[in-house]
Design a protein around this ligand. Structure first.
Ligand SMILES: [Zn+2]
Ligand SMILES: [Zn+2]
Length: 311
């Protein structure tokens, strides 16, 4: 079968690869849509994040051999450690991810555990199914923040994760949402999705700020612009540098919460939410075009915000 393979630093290529084989507790999914994630664009350039050769792709949906349309929760867990027992599979001590630690969905077919599949509602488009995974990330971050209504929300970074955080905040009854991104086209996208204001760099005061970038300056802003007692949700992995004034965490009781992935229940909620989700920021491309699209985004292209490969 054909697959987009990460072969060397900053290189992805279309290759003919072996068909996946499924163990007894696994199923082969015929991939219909697989999103290219910012973590993958970062991961192929930056040593230590992804190890070639690798078929990436962890945001995907497709069809099982018995004809069911499914989305796949790519977080694999041991189901027996203390954190799995608490329902925090995303923090499993043996955590692995489809498309990172085993072959992923930038291919015609992929083997996944039966326990990872979620059936899709009838009529849900493959485009919407392809963004269930990013939506699940936003659901988790919102829940970590305590699911507050009527709050002033700031969103830093209008890539896919920033946009789904913006969309979810509107859906959950935020009073206002201000979104920031250096890219004019991405700011326009945020406005189209209902942002009350957009800016190159965030200003103002907020109860809740999502940092979907994760570099020192965005970390700094996500804390500095909080009201006393406010919460910053960090979803970005741009840099290991903190960049914040840590005394604000003490004097103003500001909180910084890291948010990684989602629980199974949150993934299931995202499957439901995907129906009716505005996906105007998503573009679809054939797998054969994957290397060109991936490389363009990796080299700084800002369009589309989310590219889905449709094998
Ligand atoms: Zn991702
Ligand atoms: Zn575990």
């Amino acid at each position: 079968m054909r697959a987009l393979v990460f072969t060397a630093p900053s290189v992805v290529e279309l290759h003919e690869v072996d068909e996946p084989t499924a163990r007894p507790d696994e199923v082969i999914v015929q991939v219909a849509a697989a999103g290219i994630c910012g973590s993958e664009l970062h991961g192929v350039r930056t040593p230590g994040f992804r190890t070639p050769p690798l078929v990436m792709g962890h945001e995907f949906a497709g069809t099982t051999p018995d004809g069911r349309r499914v989305a796949v929760n790519p977080i694999l867990s041991c189901d027996c450690c203390d954190l799995c027992a608490r329902g925090q599979r995303q923090l499993c001590r043996e955590r692995a991810i489809v498309g990172v630690h085993r072959p992923g969905a930038f291919a015609e077919r992929v083997a996944v555990p039966r326990s990872s599949i979620h059936e899709l509602p009838d009529g849900l488009s493959w485009t919407a199914a392809g963004v269930i995974e990013p939506i699940a990330n936003a659901v988790h971050a919102w829940n970590l923040a305590g699911a507050p209504a009527g709050v002033r929300v700031g969103v830093i970074g209008c890539g896919a994760i920033g946009l789904v955080c913006l969309q979810l905040a509107k859906l959950r009854g935020a009073a206002t949402v201000v979104a920031a991104d250096p890219s004019p086209s991405r700011r326009a996208q945020a406005e189209a999705l209902g942002a009350d204001a957009v800016a190159e760099r965030l200003t103002g005061e907020f109860d809740l700020i999502f940092d979907a970038v994760g570099v020192p300056v965005t970390h700094h802003d996500s804390v500095a612009l909080l009201r006393p007692g406010g919460t910053a949700l960090w979803l970005g992995l741009g840099s290991a540098e903190a960049g914040i004034d840590s005394t604000e965490l003490v004097r103003a009781e500001k909180r910084v919460l890291g948010s990684f992935a989602y629980s199974d229940a949150e993934f299931a909620e995202a499957v439901t939410l995907a129906e009716g989700w505005d996906t105007g920021w998503v573009g679809s491309f054939p797998l054969d075009d994957g290397a060109r699209v991936f490389t363009g985004l990796m080299n700084g292209g800002s369009e589309p915000v989310k590219a889905l490969l449709t094998p």
